[in-house]
Design a protein around this ligand. Structure first.
Ligand SMILES: Nc1nc2c(ncn2[C@@H]2O[C@H](COP(=O)(O)OP(=O)(O)OP(=O)(O)O)[C@@H](O)[C@H]2O)c(=O)[nH]1
Length: 597
């Protein structure tokens, strides 16, 4: 049995011999103990113990104790050596991954330990096999990852790279592993520092996400990658390596770049828009201030017929209160509210209807108000910025009452003779042209009487210029009373006057000439207690009887007047009938009206 045990557990003889030697020592010790005990027993049985016997027995016992102690120590060393040897075998088997040859020692304690160890090892093998299967399962996943997958050890050395590294960088996994600085083999030079910083942080157990760097392919092209760093931990939780997982984000980078460009373009556009908006607002404020300062009322109505803008002048002009209250109100409401102020509201509404429906441009319409005001209205369509449509209509209201009054006064001044208050030569020519045209159009006659005070120079010289003025004024006043509704009296200048007669007959103008001459003759004025009297000479011409146009009609009347002067004054003469030749002056005198017939 010992031999078998030796062969199974200790192939070397050294330990066996030591063990055998120990057994012999035990046997010898047992013999010595038995001999000494036998000697002492014999001595006791023989009736006494001799000193020599006792000494011999004592020495024998002492030797026996020493032998047993030595055997015990030797067997303990052997046991320890055997245990160490088994442990070494276990360690070896753990290292090379094989189950150790552990035969039974035949001792219960050792065998229990052996069986427990074998169970542990079998468990370990099963786990290893399981891990192996898992590894085989996951390996394709790791190797087929589309991005870069790299493993670094704790010294930052690359220990594994997935096959995709070849496609993505142009360097094979083997080339990467052999390179002195494999990561920097294909990381863009400007990003080497970033990569080292990321690796350092990851090795410190603080991996970060979202860091990006550029990978430069062997062919020189650059692409952006997003890196994720993971700490690989062992069973005790300590960091045993670093995994870097990098995904191509070039498309996202391109999109981001495009987005940034678009955002920049948008910002520029926004800034430009704000700039123009500010300018537009400034412009609007300036325009609003300008519109408020204008003396005209301004009303803008959009194409939906609602008031969009009205200045305060407009609101005040039409008695509509605050201009802001007008905004948003329909134009028909505004027209209705202001209708009572217009003399002929119906005509105005019709005008507005025509202007709006026919989209008339730059129309002018004078609105006569019941309070005496005259408001001139102008309107025009407002085109859109594109110019393809009208966005509304602007109405401008100008109170021209004062203007018209001033104009009337100026016209009066320009057309009136300041001395006598009669219409002057300018107005005479205007009215003559207008009435002659009207007469021609209606195929009616027009009569012209031109008369001159006889020897007025003498009156001036005799009584003074002032007296001459007074005489002229008195004559004008007198003749005003003679003039009828269809007759107009003018002072042509100096002592010369004229009368225009609408729709005359030869009889009627003769009658007027007589009447005028008589009233002039009857006029009496006192100068320096001296009664003064005057007479006039009259030239008469009719259109179209004696002339067809203004100049020839005046000329005919002038010639008749000249004839009256030549015939001794204080008479009237009529031009000859016009027969296409030079008109001849009639030789009728004022006190012979019957000869007209
Ligand atoms: N007082 C006064 N005299 C005027 C005015 N305008 C012109 N005269 C004068 O009127 C006179 C007109 O004279 P004439 O018409 O040429 O001659 P006349 O003396 O009237 O003689 P006949 O016309 O030939 O009958 C001139 O002496 C002018 O100086 C005026 O406004 N006031």
């Amino acid at each position: 049995m010992l031999h078998d045990l030796r062969k199974r557990l200790f192939p070397e003889d050294l330990h066996y011999r030591r063990w055998l030697r120990m057994l012999r020592i035990y046997a010898l010790s047992a013999g010595l103990v038995a001999g000494s005990v036998d000697l002492v027993v014999d001595s006791v049985a023989n009736g006494g113990v001799e000193a020599t016997t006792l000494l011999a027995a004592s020495i024998t016992a002492l030797v026996t104790i020493l032998l047993v102690t030595g055997a015990f120590l030797a067997s303990r060393e052997i046991a320890q050596n055997n245990a160490r040897r088994m442990i070494r075998r276990l360690e070896d088997s753990v290292i090379d991954g094989s189950l150790p040859h552990m035969p039974s020692l035949g001792w219960e304690l050792f065998d229990r330990g052996r069986e427990a160890t074998l169970r542990l090892l079998e468990d370990r093998d099963e786990k290893i096999a399981g891990l192996q299967r898992e590894l085989e399962f996951y390996r394709p996943l790791a190797e087929d990852m589309p991005g870069l997958e790299l493993l670094f050890d704790l010294d930052g050395r690359l220990v594994w790279a997935n096959p995709a590294v070849h496609t993505l960088t142009g360097y094979s996994a083997a080339e990467c592993l052999q390179a002195a600085d494999p990561a920097c083999l294909w990381v863009y030079a400007k990003d080497h520092g970033s990569l080292r910083a990321m690796l350092t942080v990851a090795l410190q157990g603080e991996p970060r996400e979202g860091q990006e760097l550029r990978v430069q392919h062997r062919d020189g092209t650059l692409r952006w990658y997003a890196c994720r760093w993971y700490s690989l931990r062992d069973a005790q939780g300590g960091i045993c390596g670093i995994r870097m997982s990098a995904q191509d984000v070039q498309a996202r980078k391109d999109a981001e770049l495009k987005l940034l460009e678009n955002v920049a373009a948008l910002r520029r556009a926004q800034a430009l828009k704000e700039h123009y908006l500010k300018r537009s607002n400034d412009e609007r404020m300036r325009l609003a201030a300008l519109l408020e300062m204008l003396s005209v009322g301004i009303l803008f109505v959009d194409h939906d017929h609602r008031v969009v803008y009205a200045n305060q002048r407009c609101a005040t002009m039409w008695g509509l209160g605050d201009r802001n209250d007008m905004v948003g109100v329909r134009d028909e409401i505004v027209l209705a509210k202001t209708g009572a102020q217009r003399v002929d509201n119906q005509a105005y509404l019709q005008h507005v209807e025509e202007v709006v429906s026919q989209q008339q441009e730059n129309t002018v319409y004078d609105i006569y108000c019941s309070d005496g005001r005259v408001i001139r209205e102008r309107s025009s369509g407002v085109p859109s910025a594109e110019g393809d449509m009208l966005i509304g209509r602007v109405w401008i209201f100008e109170d021209i009452t004062e203007t018209l009054q001033t104009q009337a006064r100026l016209t009066e001044l320009a057309e009136r003779d300041p001395l006598t208050g009669l219409y002057n030569r300018r107005r005479f020519h205007e009215d003559l042209g207008r009435m002659l045209a009207e007469s021609n159009r209606r195929k009616e006659a027009l009569g012209l009487l031109i008369f001159d005070v006889d020897n007025f120079k003498d009156i001036n010289e005799a009584h003074g210029h002032q007296s001459g003025d007074e005489m002229l004024c008195a004559l004008a006043t007198e003749l005003r009373q003679v003039i009828r509704r269809n007759e107009l009296l003018f002072r042509l200048g100096g002592d010369e006057f004229a009368i225009l007669v609408a729709q005359p007959t030869l009889e009627s103008v003769a009658y007027i000439a007589r009447r005028v001459a008589q009233r002039a003759e009857q006029l009496r004025l006192e100068f320096n207690d001296e009664t003064c009297q005057l007479s006039i000479s009259i030239g008469v011409a009719l259109a179209p009887l004696h002339a067809h146009d203004v100049d020839s009609l005046v000329q005919a009347a002038d010639r008749a007047l000249y004839q009256a002067k030549a015939d001794g004054r204080n008479c009237w003469r009529m031009a000859f009938r016009w027969n296409g030749e030079e008109p001849h002056v009639a030789s009728f005198i004022s006190n012979a009206p019957e000869t007209l017939q």
